[in-house]
Design a protein around this ligand. Structure first.
Ligand code: SF4
Length: 505
């Protein structure tokens, strides 16, 4: 049955992972136009733009975190959903085998990676019947960094910097502002939010995520919600969060709000935060063959516009070249705001590596090392490995471990995104180390700075969680926490909190 269904879904998965939809590209172009290219946000946007083009041109994953594949499928009455579910799962496994999706499905108790993106609850597939005689398959790939920034409020609620949010649209507005402020750069701003007013705790989150299937430039048919969406977009960009939380004019590229009925006793506001790597596409299929008859969100008549301008990422001449391994004197000379270009050996390490290092000696000598919070997509070429996508992951998850790892093993630089907390900041000062913020999601751009994969340790944790021994050349990042107790993240959070308080009045 449906001889072309499997191939159609593989094409959908590959295209979604590698080619950002036109409405998101257009919104990011507007963002680029609003930031001064010489600022940190401007430079970050230039890298993001280059990354988007590289991903589409080379059919590589836009971001190494290819997220939780979530399918929304509409089928004609009588269609065989059991077979379609099987084929969608096979297509996800095939796209993973081809390196277009990172193996992202892990056993929640043991942490073991299935290696295929298949497992209990993954991928997520929702079916609905409709009275049309074709099939529609929509897909969103939403990564962990932004998923962790989702928020659900049970109103009335007291919100930091905003005061009380009541059970009305003004209260909803405050909840959305709070969620975006709280995300700062951790969800790879500028992002977009899908919001559900009402429902229960479960349906609220589902409906919020469904809002992300709307195009960024549509207008809500409910005039009350259209007005709220527009006012949020106007207000949020006054917070000064900017790209990756570096400070800047654009913090949000979309706000889409839906509403569901609720129980009289409940009033939930659910916010699904998506990052700039807003990967969502869809196809319409012939119900007899499964062949693609139409792509959704894309107009084949309109050519895809290139994101990067001719210049791409521009060096200002003020960048500091850092050759690893690093000395204490080198890192103590750096200060918040410096743009660095890292070259030399770099070790990756994220959640499982950090937990391991709390109980075991490191598998490599980490004195003077650069530790990269990254779960890359890797492919095996014969006996060697090739990294095909390698952007930074959210660092705050390692906060419980990072200070000990730095002090025990002599790490001199940590690369990640979104910044870290007070304990790490104190350790940087005490031990003489820095935190370097990479550009979240710029997986293709950073993969091209990797000149060699010298080895791998702890591969039993799965490829994203293993410790990869990489050599990099001119890897750009920004010092956002230095060895003198300064943190750009703290500064932006405090400044944006003041702006938020002004909006709450
Ligand atoms: S762009 Fe950032 S938040 Fe989005 S999936 Fe990639 S790492 Fe996660």
């Amino acid at each position: 049955m449906l001889p072309q269904f499997f191939d159609s879904v593989v094409s959908l998965v590959v295209k979604t992972s590698t080619d950002l939809p036109p409405d998101v590209r257009a919104a990011m172009k507007v963002a680029m136009g609003q930031e001064d290219s010489a600022t940190q946000s401007g430079q970050a946007l230039a890298i993001i733009a280059e990354n988007i083009d590289l991903a589409a041109d080379g059919e590589g994953a836009i971001c190494q975190d290819t997220g939780m594949p979530t399918f929304e499928v509409h089928v004609p009455i009588g269609a065989n959903q059991v077979e379609m579910r099987r084929q969608i799962r096979d297509a996800v496994s095939e796209a993973t085998r081809r390196g277009k999706l990172r193996p992202n499905s892990v056993d929640s108790i043991t942490g073991e990676n299935s290696g295929t993106n298949l497992g209990p609850g993954t991928p997520i597939i929702h079916f609905d019947q409709w009275e049309r005689d074709d099939i529609e398959v929509k897909l969103i790939l939403k990564g962990g960094g932004c998923e962790n920034m989702n928020a659900q409020y049970s109103v009335p609620v007291e919100l930091a910097n905003l005061g009380r949010a009541d059970r009305n649209l003004e209260g909803v507005r405050k909840c959305i502002l709070h969620a975006v402020w709280n995300a700062q750069g951790k969800g790879c701003a500028p992002g977009a939010v899908g919001v559900c007013i009402g429902g229960d705790r479960t349906s609220g989150y589902v409906h919020a995520k469904e809002q992300l299937f709307r195009t960024l430039d549509d207008v809500n048919p409910d005039p009350r919600l259209a007005e709220l969406e527009a006012s949020i977009m106007g207000e949020i960009n006054k917070l000064g969060i900017g790209t990756m939380g570096f400070g800047g004019r654009v913090s949000l590229i979309g706000c889409k709000i839906g509403v569901q009925n609720r129980l009289p006793a409940s009033f939930f506001v659910s916010v699904a935060y998506d990052c700039w790597a807003f990967r969502r596409l869809g196809v319409v299929l012939d119900a007899k063959t499964g062949a693609i008859t139409q792509w959704l969100y894309r107009d084949p008549a309109s050519p895809v516009i290139a994101m990067a301008d001719q210049a791409g990422f521009q060096r200002t001449g003020r960048e500091v070249a850092l050759q690893a391994p690093l000395t204490e004197a080198q890192v103590r000379s750096l200060k918040v705001g410096d743009v660095v270009l890292v070259s030399g050996p770099v070790f990756t390490g994220r959640d499982q590596v950090h937990a391991y290092l709390m109980k075991h000696d490191p598998p490599v000598d980490m004195r003077g090392s650069v530790l990269y919070h990254c779960g890359p997509v890797v492919a095996k070429d014969g006996d060697s490995w090739r990294v095909t996508a390698a952007g930074p992951t959210t660092s705050i998850r390692e906060e419980p471990y990072q200070a000990d790892v730095i002090k025990r093993y002599g790490v001199r630089a940590v690369i990640g995104k979104g910044g870290m907390g007070a304990k790490t900041l104190a350790a940087l000062k005490e031990a003489g180390a820095v935190y370097l913020n990479g550009i979240g999601g710029a997986a293709q751009f950073y993969a091209r700075t990797i000149t060699g994969v010298e080895g791998v340790s702890l591969l039993e944790f799965g490829t994203p969680e293993a410790m990869w021994h990489l050599t990099v050349k001119d890897f750009p990042a920004i010092v956002t926490m230095d060895a003198h107790g300064n943190s750009l993240h703290k500064e932006i959070e405090q400044e944006s909190a003041k702006a938020l308080a002004a909006l709450g009045v």
